[in-house]
Design a protein around this ligand. Structure first.
Ligand code: C6P
Length: 407
């Protein structure tokens, strides 16, 4: 295996702290990534030196803030190869981005009997908004099943597609299983029947190079906080010709051209979908995070995490009584597992005593848990700052817990 890949732990202040004298071993990047000092410092500096409202003020402070704010839009468009900055909508996070598509696109286009196709391994954020618009519109939801490795069954998907299919909404990477879904092929098939493709990119955006045009994604949603940026900001990419036809999501300041009590005329996208004072400093921080990602390099991150995934998969597979949940051939750095006779929450709590942070629970993917016949799993998830020794510590911690239970 190629070594030593990336050496960037030092860029992340919190990763240098300890708990009870033990170094923090952070294996919960799928929940939220840690922040590099460049992002923290830029936000701090901005508050101290340059903070002001955006797109409203005529004074210099506001003009500078507006430039930085719009600068992030350009950086994000570049990151995902959007055709134009106007296709980048700021939201408060991936969940809001998915709600925006479901409400705005769904309310504009869905009719009774139309079909919405989701996969069986979606996060709740890409299920519940569709159920809400289904109930508003009289549309129907169908789901693509997966095999025992957590891979979507493409033959079943093909059978579901028909001229009734209006939207296919699928994650690029499953947060519970790590499966990388064949989004490009799925989008091609969806477009053949005239459906729109919504991709939940929460778990892919900071782990691989994403090109929305090459993928054929009509919409692509993600959160800043999972890509080294702050919480409170997110992105919805949308094809401009679709955005132009869509009803607004929320009403308020900035999304209008003119308001009277009789009638309101709307702004063009992306502003039509950005009501109210936005997360100014968070968007600025996201821009710095995008710069950081580009500097480290998505290709390097992908290679680093892939090598770690292989290393970790081998280590965990060697532990008797441990069952990996999510064993797709194409996987991102997510290691979901169960241990015989030990509840995932106990695993999480006991690993914490070793300074190891993992997530235990249903990961907001209850239908996925149901598919695998478990109420919850333990999940270690990787970031580019993780190292082989983090995984050695995880494996040692798991063996120690087993010793406590099976003594
Ligand atoms: N997954 C996890 O621990 P928000 O919460 O809006 O930033 O992202 C929602 C979301 C949407 N889709 C996928 C595939 C996700 O993984 C998430 C967030 C976290 O797995 C919290 S449940």
């Amino acid at each position: 295996m190629s070594k030593p890949y990336l050496d960037i732990k030092k860029n992340f202040p919190v990763l240098n702290r300890t708990f009870d004298g033990k170094p923090l071993i952070y294996l919960d990047t799928a929940a939220t990534s840690q922040k590099p000092a460049v992002v923290i410092d830029a936000m701090d500096r901005f508050y101290r030196e340059s903070y002001g409202t955006v797109r409203r003020g005529v004074y210099r402070l506001s003009e500078k803030a507006t430039q930085a704010y719009e600068g992030t839009r350009h950086k994000v468009a570049n990151l995902i190869n959007a055709a134009s900055d106007r296709e980048i909508i700021y939201t408060r996070g991936c969940t809001e981005s998915l709600n925006l598509v479901a409400y705005s696109w769904g309310r504009t286009f869905l009719k009774p009997g139309d079909e919405i196709i989701l996969s069986q391994i979606e996060h709740h954020a890409n299920i519940v908004p569709w159920q809400i618009v289904r109930d508003m519109s009289g549309a129907v939801i169908k789901t693509i099943p997966c095999d025992d490795h957590g891979q979507l069954l493409l033959d079943e998907y093909r059978k579901l597609l028909s001229p009734k299919t209006k939207v296919v909404a699928v994650n690029h990477v499953s947060n519970a299983l790590g499966t990388i879904n064949p989004v490009k092929e799925m989008a091609r098939l969806a477009h053949e029947v005239g459906a729109v493709v919504v991709v939940d990119g929460a778990q892919s955006i900071s782990h691989m190079r994403v090109d929305v045009q090459d993928l054929g994604a009509d919409f692509y949603a993600f959160s800043s906080h999972k890509m080294f940026g702050p919480t409170g900001a997110g992105i919805l990419y949308g094809r401009y010709d679709l955005l132009e036809k869509m009803l607004p999501f929320q009403g308020g300041g900035d999304m209008i051209r003119q308001v009277t009590f009789e009638r309101t005329t709307l702004q063009v996208p992306p502003h039509r979908f950005e009501a109210g004072t936005p997360s100014i400093v968070e968007v600025l921080g996201l821009g710095v995070a995008v710069d950081y990602l580009q500097t480290v390099g998505l290709e390097n991150i992908e290679a680093h995490e892939h090598a770690l995934l292989e290393y970790g998969t081998k280590l965990l597979s060697e532990i008797p009584g441990l069952h990996l949940i999510g064993t797709a051939a194409k996987k991102s750095g997510i290691l979901g597992f169960a241990l015989d006779g030990i509840h995932p929450h106990d695993i999480g709590t006991l690993l914490d005593m070793e300074g190891i942070a993992i997530r235990a629970g249903h990961h907001c993917a209850q239908p996925t848990m149901e598919r695998f016949g478990v109420p919850a799993t333990a999940r270690a998830s990787l970031g580019p700052y993780n190292t082989e020794s983090d995984l050695d510590a995880l494996a040692a911690g798991i063996r120690k817990i087993q010793g406590m239970f099976h003594h």
